[in-house]
Design a protein around this ligand. Structure first.
Ligand SMILES: Nc1ncnc2c1ncn2[C@@H]1O[C@H](COP(=O)(O)OP(=O)(O)OP(=O)(O)O)[C@@H](O)[C@H]1O
Ligand SMILES: [Mg+2]
Length: 234
């Protein structure tokens, strides 16, 4: 559960139960202000729940389920930061690229921070996302759609287990949004990455083969938060 109290009003997001299987593709849809971004930030371990009972994250197929609630209680932000940087890729509505780095450097950044080899990684991802000609440019020199493609490349370049995208195509025109969604879904399918999106675009999500979850329904009253990324065994 996450609650915000600001300006005299309270916002409360409660997640009774949410199991996300490895390789699942789902989209949270819902009104503006309903808590989609809040939910993604909780799942990305960027935001500390105000209260939580069970929150397990099993990033690796054959690994342990990690107890995220216990990690928050341990008051050790390094644990979250390490899990996040290793296992999660995050795409923001407006890309969130670092303006003073080139496209190549932006794509390489997550691997660099993890000490992973770079090799031809930027060229590889640029090829997949059709931005090879943009590698030497800086974000300000790109179109909005190109920026989103770079943001997706950057979020996937370190082989995360989960890709979280907050309205990744809200800033681009519909034909481009469709192309970008299709590329993104193609890549996560190929890599077996779990995809979690927040979006207003119901049809775009459905057409891309993403399961819609109206999180108003998921957020009914109950003080249990249970988020598990587990194997797709059924
Ligand atoms: N840091 C904060 N402090 C106080 N309240 C906040 C904070 N962040 C968000 N809120 C409130 O929480 C609620 C949910 O916000 P959130 O950004 O999760 O909605 P959203 O569904 O992503 O909306 P949108 O579709 O407009 O992006 C809103 O009422 C917002 O005002
Ligand atoms: Mg939002």
């Amino acid at each position: 559960m996450k609650s915000y109290a600001a300006g005299g009003s309270e916002f409360r997001l409660t997640i009774p139960r949410l199991d996300i299987r490895r390789g699942a593709k789902l989209a949270f849809v819902g009104e503006s202000g309903s808590g989609k971004s809040t939910l993604l930030e909780l799942l990305a371990m960027l935001l500390r729940p105000s209260a939580s009972s069970d929150f397990y994250f099993q990033p690796q197929h054959d690994g342990d389920a990690l107890d995220i609630t216990a990690a928050w209680h341990a008051e050790n932000p390094d644990i979250m930061a390490a899990l996040r940087s290793r296992h999660i890729g995050y795409v923001l509505q407006y890309g969130g690229l670092l303006p003073y780095l080139t496209v190549r450097e932006n794509i390489e950044l997550s691997r660099q921070l993890l000490g992973m080899p770079l090799g031809e990684v930027a060229a590889h991802w640029a090829g997949k996302l059709d931005i090879t000609a943009q590698l030497a440019k800086r974000p300000a020199e790109l179109s909005v759609g190109q920026r989103q493609r770079v943001a997706i490349a950057r979020a996937l370049a370190h082989d995360p287990s989960v890709l979280i995208a907050d309205e990744p195509t809200a800033a681009v025109d519909p034909p481009n949004a469709e192309r970008i969604m299709n590329v993104m879904v193609g890549l996560v399918d190929e890599m077996g990455v779990t995809l979690i999106v927040a979006s207003h675009a119901h049809r775009l999500m459905r057409d891309a083969g993403i399961r819609l979850i109206d999180h108003q329904i998921a957020a009914e009253n109950d003080n249990l938060m249970h988020v598990t990324v587990s194997d797709a065994t059924s």
